[in-house]
Design a protein around this ligand. Structure first.
Ligand SMILES: [Zn+2]
Length: 238
């Protein structure tokens, strides 16, 4: 009786281990924007008559002159190997800054097709108030038929990733924000969040975010948050 139980336990462990390796969760890393905006419009959710432009183009560094699209990509390219070393699979929505932005339905579809455990959208903010600063994370508002299936997990991811990213960067905590008007959220069938790392219109945060050291900090924070969201140890993120 006892040895039979042991055989079952060993069998389960072996199954679990092989399944784990073959089916590592996928994280879709989405560096926001691209070299150019995209003035075409698209429905903000499946079946919606409300349309928004595909991409307004993002912000840029008030001191550094760095484009947001390029900052988002640099952080994403630092994040990818951290997640991969931690045993996750990574799909990038783009790996260079070139041409018109693909728009947000296309980004969400990449995440849906990949069966992402997390659709991690990476941005930096801009404001006409140059004093505005800090880190915040956005997640989809609850809407039946659009986000009801991903609302709870997205919110949980937002809480964890906000805490880790804010801590890694040391910027003020602007908390979380629910958004019902984000096309990329409303089309997502997987948990989705959008990290606003800091404000490129704030001279202090722009100067810091333009350095590879702070881009690394942001990547480490998002890596830690992602792993904790997935129930894994964040130790390997650095
Ligand atoms: Zn942006």
């Amino acid at each position: 009786m006892r040895s039979l139980t042991l055989v079952f336990i060993v069998g389960f462990l072996a199954l679990g281990a092989s399944g784990h390796t073959a089916r590592a969760p996928v994280v879709v890393v989405d560096p926001g924007h691209d070299a150019h905006g995209n003035p075409e419009t698209e429905p903000i959710g499946p079946g919606s008559s409300t349309r928004k432009i595909k991409d307004g183009g993002g912000t840029s560094g008030v001191v550094s002159g760095l484009g947001e699209a390029e900052l988002n990509l640099r952080v994403s390219l630092q994040l990818r190997p951290l997640l991969e070393r931690a045993g996750l699979r990574v799909v990038m929505t783009r790996t260079k800054t070139a041409g018109a932005s693909m728009g947000n339905i296309a980004r969400a579809r990449i995440a849906n097709r990949a069966g992402a455990a997390l659709f991690l959208r990476i941005h930096a903010d801009g404001s006409s108030d140059l004093g505005a600063r800090g880190t915040h994370v956005l997640y989809p508002a609850f809407r039946r038929g659009w986000t009801d299936d991903v609302y709870a997990a997205s919110k949980r991811a937002a809480i964890i990733v906000q805490a880790e990213t804010r801590r890694a960067l040391g910027f003020p905590d602007r908390g979380l924000q629910e958004r019902s008007d984000f096309t990329g959220f409303n089309w997502a069938d997987v948990p989705a969040i959008l990290v606003e790392m800091g404000f490129m219109t704030n001279p202090t945060e722009d100067r810091l975010l333009a350095t590879s050291a702070y881009q690394r900090r942001a990547a480490v924070g998002m890596c830690r948050g992602t792993l904790r969201f997935l129930g894994r140890s964040p130790v390997g993120c650095g």
